[in-house]
Write a protein that binds this ligand. Structure first.
Ligand SMILES: Nc1ncnc2c1ncn2[C@@H]1O[C@H](COP(=O)(O)OP(=O)(O)O)[C@@H](O)[C@H]1O
Ligand SMILES: [Mg+2]
Length: 529
């Protein structure tokens, strides 16, 4: 049969699929729709095959069906919709329907039925069903969002767990390789191999850092920061990491309110966005811009956004842009469209934004570039603190010492690495494999031990409890807390207690010695004062 399509010029546009064997009845229906204020664009079908083809090749706002047709049944029609997961209002119009039939039709998925002699009911019934269909759609979208965020959450937990173990392993690799390098004669040919080992483990540490950031588990030093200052600090680095032909524009607002943030992480986030922006432009000419500003509205398109003042970091490019299918997946870990991509940049960026109670939104279309916006809630506190400058670099000769150091870590590899490194630099080392034996050792030897290197996450007694007990025995004991990660809350609680220093795993032998040296220097100054 020939599909029949007609377009009416006035009224509310409505794409109607009519399942009906009589042309006459179809005309009646269409007339009724026009009278009800619609401008129907319609097609009539009366076989299973033509219905299938109409469903597969066009989008419909509503389906109106006769109850009894000679060539196929209503139940078949409804089953075809179900199989295709099509959810549009389905109304049955019939001259003869009886109550049981109506109930059966509704059970099979029809939304309403209208008697042929009361067709004036048709238009209002369609309007109501369209509204309800919209509600169903919104609910489904919401459920999908919830499922998506649960999926991301469990991936985050997994990533966090793997990254934690990796950090311990990498501490063993990096620590020992750097120590071995240090011990070797400058003419030794094996040095270059060890240098490669160190480089590779530093790359692995970088990946691990991204995983942790994605898991929202990398916040260490949270304090009020000025986002413009923070971006300015890495603007040279960003410029040099962009392809030569790319113009780089930076526009940073003055006097932004501070944001409670971990600067290193926010810098990583911005850097990830800028790297992607550069890659989206590639070898062509183009522009990447980074803008910071204060926003008083809530983030675009975010339904549950906390309303209030936000600092917005915008990273835009004139690169390839994205289609909708790509855009929908960019924050998934390991999603990448690049040949050598790892797909962690944006996943990490989102993890960082979330762990700062922030959000990221994206505006993009193919060929039209992309603009990423990161929204971070402004702290209503006093002005941002100046960032503490990174510790001065000690020359190798300065790094030695003779004091006794207690290393508490449940991971044998980490303990052994720290011990070899510290002994190499002249220290005496006591080891403990868990919190309680660490505390016992300290109780016995506290007059000899000058510093404790404490792992933050151990089974049984947590680093925090151990810390409290150590300080009870000797309130002045310098304690360096070491960890690949921990939840920001725990870290913050720790920070209030006056931990002497943090040491991020993995570390090289030299970094460890450096940290020990500077913490000891500070604490002996304090003792003298
Ligand atoms: N600025 C951008 N323009 C176009 N596509 C982008 C942009 N940023 C990210 N993407 C897309 O998102 C994907 C994931 O990005 P990311 O998580 O950083 O991983 P990777 O860069 O390793 O592929 C990219 O492969 C790319 O398809
Ligand atoms: Mg990337």
């Amino acid at each position: 049969m020939n599909p029949l399509s007609k377009l009416a010029s006035q009224g509310e546009a409505l794409r109607v699929l009519i399942i009906e064997d009589s042309e006459e009845d179809t005309d009646l229906l269409v007339m009724e729709l026009r009278r009800g204020g619609f401008a129907p664009l319609y097609q009539r079908v009366d076989t299973a095959a033509s219905l299938a083809s109409a469903l597969d090749h066009a989008k419909w706002d509503v389906i109106i069906s006769d109850y009894s047709m000679p060539r196929f049944t209503l139940a078949e029609a409804l089953a075809m919709l179900k199989a295709r997961q099509i959810d549009v209002p389905f109304l049955v119009v019939s001259a003869t329907i009886v109550d049981e039939q109506a109930v059966a039709a509704m059970k099979a998925g029809a939304h309403d039925f209208v008697m042929k002699d009361r067709l004036a009911r048709l238009a209002p019934a369609i309007r109501r069903e369209l509204r309800e269909c919209q509600v169903r759609l919104e609910r489904r979208n919401l459920e999908e969002q919830v499922q998506q965020s649960q999926r991301l959450e469990s991936l985050g937990l997994l990533a966090g767990g793997v990254a934690h173990d990796f950090n311990n392993l990498l501490t063993g690799i990096l620590g020992n390789a750097s120590l071995a390098l240090d011990m070797l004669n400058p003419s030794e040919p094996a040095r270059s191999m060890l240098e490669s080992v160190i480089q590779a483990s530093e790359r692995a540490a970088d990946l691990t850092r991204q995983l942790l950031a994605y898991a929202g588990k990398g916040r260490f030093f949270v304090r009020p920061v000025d986002i413009s200052t923070l971006v300015r600090e890495i603007s040279e680095l960003m410029r040099t990491s962009l392809p030569k032909k790319v113009r780089f524009l930076v526009d940073l607002a003055d006097h932004l309110p501070p944001v409670e943030a971990d600067s290193t992480q926010i810098q990583q986030l911005v850097m990830n966005l800028v790297l992607n922006a550069g890659e989206a432009i590639g070898d062509a000419a183009g522009t990447v811009h980074v803008i910071t500003r204060l926003e008083t509205r809530s983030p675009n398109g975010a339904t549950n956004a906390a309303v209030g003042r936000h600092v917005c970091i915008e990273v835009g490019d004139t690169g390839c842009g994205m289609d909708e299918a790509t855009r929908a997946q960019i924050f998934d870990p390991f999603f990448s469209t690049k040949f050598t991509g790892r797909g962690l940049g944006l996943a990490a960026a989102l993890g960082i934004a979330r762990s700062h109670q922030g959000q990221i939104d994206v505006e993009t279309s193919p060929g039209a570039g992309s603009t990423f916006r990161v929204w971070l809630p402004a702290a209503e506190a006093a002005a941002a603190e100046e960032r503490v400058p990174a510790g001065a670099h000690h020359s190798h000769a300065d790094l030695g010492g003779t004091a006794a150091i207690l290393v508490i870590d449940d991971e044998h590899l980490v303990r052994a690495t720290a011990k070899s490194a510290l002994e190499y630099f002249g220290y005496t080392v006591y080891e403990a494999e868990d919190g309680s034996s660490g505390v016992d050792l300290f109780r016995k030897f506290h007059d000899r031990i000058a510093l404790v290197l404490l792992d933050l996450t151990m089974p049984e007694m947590s680093g925090e409890e151990v810390f409290d007990l150590l300080r009870q025995i000797q309130p002045e004991i310098p304690v360096i807390v070491s960890s690949g990660y921990d939840e920001s809350e725990a870290t913050r609680r720790f920070a209030g207690k006056g931990v002497s220093g943090f040491l991020k795993k993995p570390y090289t032998a030299e970094t460890l010695a450096e940290r020990v040296k500077s913490v000891m220097a500070v604490s002996s100054r304090r003792m003298r004062a």
